[in-house]
Design a protein around this ligand. Structure first.
Ligand code: FAD
Length: 324
């Protein structure tokens, strides 16, 4: 028996989310006394996979085959199903992103496993198995009981963090039996970057709303993001109005992110926006309206004009960082 972790292969690289997922699996394995096994699909070098051993991963099944470099959910599901059987996996973990959303439900039907998305923490009970998940766009937590023998979970980004536990890692080449064409469509992957830093992986995000009044005024946010090595983001109306690219829109209908620090500048804090950032460890809000709902969820708040505060904050931060 095992805990199987889906390791996302991004053009031959591993992202922080897979290390978090491995850390989560490690904590689960301590309670369940089960080994952790990773499955990675598509060409990837052994050296890249070595990062996993720092977080307790002892065995990885690697499908090192160029024909699987492009993700086709139907085919990936079948490959992972074969890995589930190979390792007798009782717990299967996916990231809580588009890949998890696309593959986990398909796999759950094929292997008859209960599936819990948006998992917030480790299980709070093992007999019966119960875990908290995010509900009602982040307004509530739901305690979900899973009764099936096999269970699929997608823990949310930043819900658990990284936990080091160095071990020795064995990488095994895994050759699945796939008897159908890899793809009937030519799918083109395009990873869009926000401010040079990927929004999904950024530790710091500087985000602006309608309070910034124009597309041009977003240059002050870009400068602050440059100083901090942060990604830029925005509220939905800002993207709808074309002030910022659509891939920067966060919230219920946009990206769900969980950076360490989220700057919300000129953003009112509507529930649909907060749903996308409630996983942030620290929210800093700047708003002219002291009663804006964003202050209900902010850890630090500044009541004032963002157009004046942001440039001042930027030059102060530049001074502080230059002294380091
Ligand atoms: C089904 C549905 C889904 C939605 N999904 C999303 C989503 O995914 N993401 C999302 O963001 N929204 C979403 N929305 C829209 C959401 O309800 C809000 O309308 C939107 O988030 C408001 O954007 P905003 O805060 O930029 O603008 P506003 O609500 O107009 O707020 C602007 C804020 O800026 C402040 N301000 C004004 N001038 C300044 C200044 N100079 N300095 C500092 N502050 C200033 C104001 O006090 C105000 O609080 C959705 C709505 C629906 C109905």
């Amino acid at each position: 028996m095992s805990i199987l972790v889906y390791i996302r292969n991004v053009n031959g690289k591993i992202k922080k989310q897979s290390l978090e997922l491995t850390s989560y699996a490690q904590a689960l394995s301590e309670s369940l006394d089960l080994p952790i096994v990773g499955i990675v699909i598509g060409e990837i070098a052994e050296e890249e996979l070595q990062a996993l051993k720092l977080y307790g991963m002892k065995r990885v099944l690697r499908v090192n085959d160029a024909q699987y470099n492009k993700r086709v959910n139907r085919v990936y599901t079948k490959i992972i199903e074969q890995a589930v059987i190979e390792t007798d996996a009782k717990y299967i973990l996916f990231p809580d992103n588009n890949q998890g959303k696309a593959i986990a439900p398909r796999l759950s039907v094929r292997i008859k496993a209960g599936f819990v998305p948006h998992v917030m923490d480790l299980p709070h009970s093992y007999e019966p198995f119960m875990v908290y998940k995010r509900a009602f766009t982040g307004k509530a937590l739901a305690s979900v009981q899973v009764n099936t023998d096999r269970k699929i979970l997608t823990p949310m980004l930043n819900s658990f963090g990284l936990r080091e536990n160095p071990v020795d890692l064995t990488i095994e080449d895994f050759v699945p039996e796939i008897d159908e064409p890899q793809s009937r469509l030519n799918v083109v992957n395009k990873e869009l970057e926000a401010g040079g830093v990927s929004l999904m992986d950024a530790d710091i995000v500087v985000s602006g709303g309608r309070g910034l009044r124009s597309a041009e005024n977003f240059s002050i946010l870009e400068e602050l993001a440059n100083t901090l090595g942060a990604a830029t983001a925005c509220s939905r109306p800002v993207a709808d109005d074309g002030w910022r690219p659509a891939n920067e829109h966060v919230g219920q209908t946009g990206k769900i992110i969980a950076p360490n620090v989220y700057f919300a500048i000129g953003i009112s804090g509507a529930i649909q926006h907060v749903a996308g950032v409630s996983g942030a460890k620290c929210i800093v809000a700047i708003n002219t309206d002291g009663d804006a709902p964003i202050f209900d969820v902010a850890d630090y708040g500044l009541v004032g004009d963002g157009l004046k505060i942001v440039p001042e904050l930027n030059s102060l931060l530049k001074e502080v960082l230059a002294d380091k």
